[in-house]
Design a protein around this ligand. Structure first.
Ligand code: GLY
Length: 376
């Protein structure tokens, strides 16, 4: 299988997203054309380093590229002020110069952190994303959102800094724990739901084989997801309008993640999948789409083994008011009004900033009561 290429068309900051097997093994040849001198600094985490760093360093070496590696602790806690400091200082100690390239090898945490470090190091150095999770391959590695979390919330400090190249190696997905793969699949489904009904139907047909490990189907799902994201980012890089559609499921999802303390009780992609189910349920409740539409969304998520029911989150959740308060803190709130991505059908999402709070409250109350509370 030869790699596919999706272009992110942003004028002078355009770049390629290469998708396929064996891309770590050929990373040296892929990255070499970007370099002014044969030297890069790799940023990764301890888990990913154990799995993939030797192969990357060997590939860079074969292309005559010298590499330093900065290995940070794995986990969301690294994506904060201390992690940023360690990353920036590590890159300065590695003597990264203004015209050098930083390589981010890892999932969303490493991509967002190393991307932000690259954005501010020497007022901006180029970086390459080598995403090692499905979620990072289809979402966070593409589009240039970089940043860190603070005590006030997630991703509240950051910069738009586009990578110079993204290498999405499909082979690395085989090393993901099934739960992480499935959480990333939540973001894949999001693309079908927000703008491509044919892709959603394709996922209904091929999702189970893809989850079971079919590399060709995985590559195609990543390619179609990235193509959709690239087209949206090219039209609206800094989220003045259309890019907000990529937040389908995120207003509910972020509130659920915050309510569960960003712990492994609910992974980000699981929150997005649950949030998508809730966004479609809200759309039906508001009379924007027939009830069959949210039922079809839920049926697919369930068939894939993704939970749709907030009531099923282990450890329980606070009540609807507390979740509403968490949503009000979301950075997608504009002029104090709750903004949701809603849908008129599968593949037909739009941004609504006039959603009546009582409809959201009623939906949450029902969802928190679980299927029994709904009389199902
Ligand atoms: N993850 C949403 C975006 O990149 O806009």
């Amino acid at each position: 299988m030869t790699p596919a290429t999706v272009e992110v068309a942003l004028g002078a900051r355009s770049y390629a997203v290469r998708i396929g097997p064996g891309l770590i093994a050929r990373a040296g040849d892929e990255i070499a054309p970007l370099l002014h001198r044969p030297r890069v600094a790799v940023v990764t985490d301890a888990t990913v380093a154990a799995l993939h760093l030797p192969a990357l360093l060997a590939a860079l070496g074969r292309a005559g590229i010298e590499a330093t590696a900065l290995t940070l602790p794995a986990g969301e806690a690294t994506k904060g002020w201390e992690g940023l400091r360690a990353c920036v200082e590590g890159l300065l100690e590695a003597k990264v110069e203004r015209r050098d390239v930083v390589v981010a090898l890892g999932g969303g945490v490493i991509g967002d952190l190393a991307g932000f470090a690259a954005a501010i190091l020497r007022r901006g150095v180029r970086f390459v994303q080598l995403p090692t999770t499905l979620l990072a391959q289809v979402d966070s590695s593409v589009g240039g959102k970089t940043g860190i979390n603070t005590a006030q919330g997630k991703n509240l400090v950051g910069a738009f800094h586009q990578p110079a190249l993204v290498l999405a190696d499909i082979d690395v997905l085989a090393s993901l724990p099934p739960r992480d793969f499935l959480a990333g699949y939540g973001e894949v489904v999001k693309y079908g739901l927000l703008g491509d009904a044919a892709f959603f139907a394709w996922l209904e047909a091929h999702g189970p084989a893809l989850a079971a490990g079919d590399a060709g189907l995985r590559a195609e799902a990543v390619r179609r997801s990235v193509a959709m994201k690239a087209a949206i980012v090219a039209r609206d890089e800094t989220e003045e309008g259309e890019r907000a559609l990529l937040n389908l499921g995120h207003t509910f999802g972020h509130a659920l993640e915050a309510a569960t303390g960003y712990s492994d009780r609910l992974l980000h992609g699981e929150g997005v999948a649950m949030g998508c189910a809730l966004a479609f349920a809200l759309s039906a409740r508001l009379g924007l789409c027939p009830q069959e539409v949210p039922s079809r969304v839920q049926a697919h998520l369930r068939a894939m083994g993704l939970r749709c029911d907030p009531a099923a989150i282990p450890g329980g959740l606070p009540g609807p008011e507390a979740l509403m308060a968490l949503m009000a803190q979301d950075k997608k709130v504009r002029d104090g009004r709750l903004r949701f991505v809603l849908a008129r059908d599968i593949g037909a999402a739009f941004v609504a900033d006039d959603v009546p709070p009582e409809a959201v409250r009623a939906l949450l109350a029902e969802a928190l009561a679980g299927p029994a509370g709904r009389g199902a």
